[in-house]
Design a protein around this ligand. Sequence first.
Ligand SMILES: Cc1ncc(COP(=O)(O)O)c(C=O)c1O
Length: 357
Amino acid sequence: MKPDIYPRDDYGDLGRYLPDRSPIAADLGDNRNLWGAHPAALAVLAEAGTPVASEYPGSYADEFASAVATKFGVSPYHVTTGAGGTGVLDAVMRAVAPTHMRFMDPGWPAAGMLARMNGHEPVPVEWEEALDDPVRFAGPRPCIAYIANPGNPTGEAVPDDWIRAVYRHTEAVGSVLIIDEAYGEYNRSRDDLTPFEMALEGERTLCVKTLSKAYGLAGMRAGYGVGSESLVLEVDKARGPFVVSGVTSTAAAAAVSSDSPWLDETIAETTVNRERLTDRLRQRGYRVPDSAANFVFILRPDDRLEPETRRLEACGVRVRPFAGVTARGSGLRATVAPWDRMQRLLDGLDLIAARTG
Ligand SMILES: Cc1ncc(COP(=O)(O)O)c(C=O)c1O
């Protein structure tokens, strides 16, 4: 009998990733920086001419990688790049022979998709259980351990000592550790380089960043990873050439090298509004975990997710519903925005509560 090579059995559960992008007054669904885009990147876009369209970009986004390397005071051989954090995560997972990927649940659903796409079985570890025992979280056999800090969808941060304990174990047993700091700017001060230092000290740990969130450049698809030279080489081999366009590389380089106050100012405003929104929600009786990111998670029972999302849409507000395996992962995720949009969310929730009693 001929082997059945297509379609792939392990892709059976996968579908397209299709968040709703239709226009709406307050789109709080995708955790972008809702204060705009980094001005240094916008200046590059405004000046872009024929060569950026007609010429091939550098194979490995050299301009962007060099700017990141300068920022951390390391050689560019410690930096890989990709089409967003998603692209970097895809490449590092492809660089590892098929195994399993352990992650904290609730977690970011796309990480599980990327694992499957690359032949790894996603293995959820319940959040509290994982925090109780970092070694058990990381597992006894070589695998991929994936930590998003802060996590998505809840926005909760995990302690650096815990990450360090996972890291010691993964380096020792021959696993690959991914520390996804997509929302790290909202959680750490500028000079706190802890996850990058871990990745640079180790051999098989990659710290992954995106410019989609705090830098406001989701449309440009720019992400990078920092790690040992040997791991970065393997990730680049798995990633392939020309993945990052020339204009993205130049714009991303400009943004990470810029000393414009825009980044710090929008992070500060986000943090103020996040705390204010969290207070207002809790005053209304909603359970909201402490978020260290640019979004909040409003815990809701599974059967309220769909009707409340729909009613909020009718009020011009888009949030993202998550049906969790446990109650901790069931809720409505809302991106923090300028206050008029936060007020719109609160008004929508008040209207729903008044109708449902
Ligand atoms: C935890 C986490 N990691 C990585 C990403 C990657 O984003 P992008 O591919 O836009 O860089 C996201 C985006 O939502 C995220 O939530």
